[in-house]
Design a binder for this molecule. Structure first.
Ligand code: HAM
Length: 418
């Protein structure tokens, strides 16, 4: 084998692809039930969009971007996430509804050059939602409720919502200074990465998997929120409690992207070890300004589809149709191809999924393939059927067989399948 797929990517096919479609359809319906409409943005964007918004000192920008130059020397990047692209598209296309909240959802591939392991890929997929245009904490609650609903839909149990507030440009600078001074004193205990980056963004230390013991001794943002952020965080918690949504306030939660303001949250699956975040999100009230527009408050989340699919409880996987066809044509001799294809076309026009066996293999093998396709009926167009102008039709469930004139076949099968 000369070529293999790039590390950290997957080929999807067969039953596994059917499961993907099933999940994606359910997610799209879930988003629609909350009034979110679909948005698709390019898979690559100008690199600067991510550098300026996700943040220069983040792992995503410093280590994980698939960045390249095109033939004109432009710096482009395969999107590592989709919040900045959605905000870019929102501004560029003038999608702001006057006074209202604009709601978008997306499903698609993202790219991060990270060490592949269980639940972590270099090309992975996210389902996400973004509510743009309001700083009302009720919108935060809607986003959290919707993200939780995903896992309820698929009958996950024992999930934990971790919630925090990461402040805003009014209160964060003072807190950063306090945090910076604490880190200065603990410098000797930081990992190499954190020792380098704490001066650029001290809050990144909370992201670090190695600096756990130091983290526990640091001052936390929620003790230093300004009055507005404090009120916003308290209101959100009140609304969530009223909605019956339980959560844990985790003062060490910061998320790995710099654009967040105020609300930050994650949904964790306790059984998953290192890659236990099923979903993450938060508020990004300053992102529109980072993109060169006015102030447009917004909040959203993204859920990893691989992590969702890999952990769906078996009992939730019901009602998936793995069949490939409704009707299967068995064609024992080549004389029967044209008639089979003509009839198949008529059946497709009536909405049936039809496979015609064009392999020329032995009739026994064709019949076996018919059963495996999941079709309800096999239709035979052999020489004898051509002579009589009528197909042999076998009900693959009951085994009953009968003759149906070609002219009546579509109506007959339609009735049978009612
Ligand atoms: P994120 O936390 O970087 O946030 O990613 C969200 C989710 O994507 C993670 O919780 C995880 O399920 C999945 N994910 C991330 N990286 C990988 C990977 N390498 N392999 C498999 N799954 C992965 C964001 O991307 C933000 N844009 C979320 C957001 C939306 N914030 C506001 N709006």
């Amino acid at each position: 084998m000369k070529y293999t797929r790039p590390r950290g990517t997957q080929d999807l096919f067969g039953d596994s692809m059917v499961r993907w479609r099933w999940v994606e359809d359910k997610l799209a319906r879930l988003a629609a039930s909350y009034g979110y409409s679909e948005i698709r943005t390019p898979i690559f964007e100008m690199s600067d969009l991510f550098i300026r918004t996700v943040g220069e000192a983040t792992d995503i920008v410093t280590k994980e971007m698939y960045a390249f130059k095109d033939r004109k020397g432009r710096d482009l990047t395969l999107r590592p996430e989709n919040t900045a692209p959605v905000m870019r598209a929102f501004i560029e296309n003038g999608l702001q509804r006057s006074g209202g909240v604009s709601r978008f959802f997306y499903i698609g591939p993202m790219f991060r050059y990270d060490r592949p392991q269980a639940g972590r890929y270099r090309q992975f997929h996210q389902f996400g939602a973004e509510a743009i245009g309001s700083d009302n904490p009720a919108v935060d609650a809607e986003i959290i409720d919707m993200s939780l609903k995903i896992y309820r839909t698929f009958e996950f149990q024992g999930l934990e919502i971790r919630l925090n507030s990461v402040g805003c440009p009014a209160c964060r600078p003072a807190y950063r200074q306090i945090l910076g001074s604490s880190l200065e004193n603990l410098k000797g205990e930081l990992c190499d990465d954190c020792a380098q980056r704490y001066a650029v963004n001290p809050m990144r230390i909370f992201d670090c998997k190695e600096c756990g013991p130091v983290k526990a001794r640091l001052p936390v943002m929620t003790d230093h929120l300004c009055a507005d952020c404090s009120e916003h965080f308290a209101s959100l918690q009140r609304i969530l409690r009223e909605m019956g949504i339980s959560f844990v306030h985790d003062p060490l939660l910061v998320r790995g992207l710099d654009y967040y303001t105020r609300t930050a949250f994650e949904i964790l699956h306790p059984g998953l070890g290192g890659q236990n975040a099923l979903c993450g999100g938060g508020r990004y009230d300053g992102l529109a300004e980072d993109c060169g527009a006015g102030r447009v408050p917004a909040i959203g989340f993204s859920a990893g589809i691989e992590r969702l699919l890999e952990n769906i409880p078996d009992k939730a996987v019901v009602g998936i149709d793995f069949s490939k066809a409704d009707i299967f044509f068995v064609v024992p001799q080549k004389e029967g191809y044209a008639r089979a294809m003509n009839l198949a076309s008529q059946l497709r026009d009536r909405g049936m999924r039809v496979e015609v066996d064009l392999s020329g293999r032995a009739i026994k093998k064709q019949i076996k393939a018919a059963s495996e396709s999941g079709a309800s009926h096999a239709v035979f167009t052999g020489i004898e059927e051509l002579r009589e102008n009528a197909a042999a039709v076998k009900n693959l469930g009951s085994g009953e067989q009968c003759r149906v004139p070609f002219a009546d076949l579509a109506a007959f099968l339609e009735k049978e399948r009612e």
